[in-house]
Design a protein around this ligand. Structure first.
Ligand code: FE
Length: 142
């Protein structure tokens, strides 16, 4: 009898552990569901043929035959628009998007840094370090 009792105790302990792990797994799945990668437009469209980038903020007036002033949205370019460097058609262009990883509920918090892309965060961090370094070296100039 004592053997069967200890066996059932063991089983219930295993069950409890299983339940705990299942709950943990469910929580992980729930959090993963909340994590989103927000795509943000950049106003840059890249030619898939030659990697020329059409920047909406710059237009293409600097290119040969370029007629589109700065601020011209890519969508407003004529349908017969061609890549100024390789003559690929307009539909060869794909929009460049930035991904922002994180939880949607968090992205409004902080000093706007939660909405930054990885590249922007790196720039902020290393730019800050660089600025401090320059300041530090400037101390020797005194
Ligand atoms: Fe091109």
């Amino acid at each position: 009898e004592s053997t069967s009792e200890s066996t059932s105790e063991l089983t219930s302990a295993q069950d409890a552990e299983m339940t705990k792990q299942e709950q943990a797994a469910a929580r992980v799945a729930e959090l993963k569901g909340q994590e989103v990668f927000i795509k943000r437009t950049t106003g840059v469209f890249k030619c898939s043929n030659c990697n020329y980038e059409y920047k909406e903020s710059e237009g293409d007036q600097m290119m040969i035959g370029g007629l589109n002033p700065p601020g011209t949205p890519f969508a407003s370019l004529p349908s017969n628009y061609r890549c100024p460097t390789c003559r690929a058609s307009k539909d060869s262009f794909t929009e460049v998007v930035e991904e922002i990883a994180g939880f949607e509920v968090n992205q409004g918090y902080g000093f706007g840094t939660n909405g930054m892309t990885g590249g922007e965060k790196n720039l902020l961090i290393f730019g800050g370090l660089g600025a401090f370094f320059v300041l530090f070296l400037a101390g020797y100039g005194l």
